[in-house]
Ligand binder design. Structure first.
Ligand code: TYD
Ligand code: MG
Length: 452
């Protein structure tokens, strides 16, 4: 059979018979990769209908409602991110850097899944002995868990058909290959074919499928972006390798919110849920030093407290250095400009380094006030007391603007013993001071700074 060569765009999966410098579909430069395709006549899995038979149009009433068809994982942080459990027949992609804990999380899930059927864990990376060793360490003893060390997709599909598991885990999509395509495992066309086949298996049989996907250096799941379009749910597992906590984030979810996060801690007996992330993020906070302030960010429906630190020192360069981790660089520059113009601080001669402790990322304007206070405190060398929490968005005229869910944020602060909470004066609804908390309503930055 003649082997033909086609080119795929790594970004969007666009297919072209010849190499192109720029992808005509998504406009990405230098994203085309060559792959050898052996046309296979007896495979059309990706094109067949989900149930394997001819699809006919139906009215909404004719379609059985699967609203309750969720399987709880009983790992509450994972359930939260999935939107209340795994939906039957759904395809979930779990992405993350190598070594972050994807296999560990999914293996632990095999123990807690609330299902009476069997669970199939397909490992294309480790041998069954290696998985057993890991399972022992994680105290996974579920007798209904079946392990399969297999890299051939046909073998995986056969196992699914003969054992009819409720949940299948494929670890990882980049190491499973489909015999119908001649290019190497992990290439764009392979990853696409494997996902399409698993998708039709999932939709046809009602089996929930978890696919593990490694992430490239650029932070995308290796393989084309189309993978993310195909699946029902994309979860990213992130965190710093040398820090112990891990954050599970939904970036796409057809059955739930994408705002929720799950927080875990990697221990020597596997991943432990972190029920109170604020406490973890604030642990080890220094006492009575300048350049530090606590803010409250909302992740989904969940308030989280975090410490922002700022180091401001005289610059030796004509253009001072500015650096930020965990918070948008431009946002920091903007806040410094506001401090300079509206409060009169001479920051243009100062280097500034801003860091959010704990490796989390903040992309919420409600953190503005705390960041501005940390910078001001670092610049003036004035300590902000340890029991102060700052909530509010800073506008360009230096005004403090109202934020959403203020009640929740205040309650979280009060719970962790913050006695002084700065809130925007515009936030009046839902604002009552809890016991032992003094609320300061501030209208602008100057007013907030005058408190200290
Ligand atoms: P793993 O789940 O293999 O990562 P991934 O599948 O995302 O590549 O996690 C491997 C890391 O987790 C490894 O660096 C060791 C660490 N680890 C623990 O700290 N404790 C444990 O109980 C386990 C199983 C792993
Ligand atoms: Mg793994």
């Amino acid at each position: 059979m003649k082997v033909k060569s086609v080119f795929f765009c790594n970004e969007c999966g666009y297919e072209s018979p010849k190499w192109l410098g720029k992808c005509p579909a998504c406009g990405a430069w230098n994203s085309m990769v060559e792959e050898k395709i052996k046309p296979d006549t007896n495979r059309n899995s990706a094109k067949s209908s989900f149930a394997g038979e001819k699809a006919v149009p139906k009215t909404l009433n004719d379609i059985a409602s699967d609203a309750e068809a969720r399987i709880e994982t009983r790992i509450s942080e994972l359930d939260r991110v999935l939107g209340g459990g795994v939906v039957k027949g759904s395809l979930v992609l779990v992405g993350g850097d190598p070594g972050i804990g994807k296999s560990t999380l999914l293996l632990q899930m095999c123990e807690t899944l609330k299902t009476s059927g069997c669970i199939l864990y397909v490992s294309a990376e480790e041998s069954d002995k290696q998985i057993k060793m890991r399972a022992e360490r994680l105290a996974v003893r579920n007798p209904r868990l079946l392990l399969l060390a297999e890299t051939d997709l046909d073998g995986v599909c056969d196992a699914i058909h003969s054992h009819k598991p409720d949940v299948v885990i494929i670890d990882s999509v980049q190491t499973v290959y489909s015999g119908g395509i001649s290019s190497a495992a992990g290439s764009v066309s392979q990853v696409r074919e494997v996902t399409a086949t698993l998708m039709s298996v999932a939709k046809g049989s009602g089996t929930a499928v978890f696919i593990v996907g490694h992430v490239t250096k650029e932070g995308a799941i290796a393989g084309p972006k189309v993978l993310e379009h195909m699946v029902d749910c994309v979860l990213y597992f992130e965190g710093e390798r040398h820090q112990f906590h891990r954050i599970l984030r939904a970036v796409k979810n057809r059955f739930g919110s994408t705002n929720e996060i799950g927080v875990f801690e990697m221990t020597d007996t596997g991943l432990q849920e972190v029920r109170n992330p604020s406490l973890m993020l604030l642990s080890g906070r220094p006492e009575n030093v300048s350049g530090s302030c606590v803010i409250c960010t909302l992740e989904g429906t969940r308030p989280m407290l975090a410490e922002v630190q700022a180091l401001v020192s005289k610059s030796n360069f004509p253009a001072p250095r500015r650096m930020s981790t965990g918070i948008d660089y431009n946002r920091v520059c903007l806040l410094m400009a506001v401090l300079e113009k509206r409060v009169g601080f001479n920051l243009s001669t100062q280097d500034a380094y801003v860091n959010v402790i704990g490796g989390i990322k903040i992309d919420e304007p409600a953190a503005d006030l705390g960041v501005a206070l940390a910078i001001a405190s670092g610049y003036k060398d004035v300590t902000i007391p340890n029991n102060v929490l700052a909530i509010g968005e800073v506008g360009l005229t230096g005004e403090i603007r109202a934020v959403n869910s203020i009640g929740k944020r205040i309650a979280e602060g009060a719970k962790l013993g913050f006695g002084i909470i700065l809130v925007p004066s515009g936030n009046t609804k839902g604002v009552t001071a809890p016991e032992n908390v003094k609320l300061h309503h501030v209208a602008n930055l100057r007013e907030a700074l005058n408190i200290f």
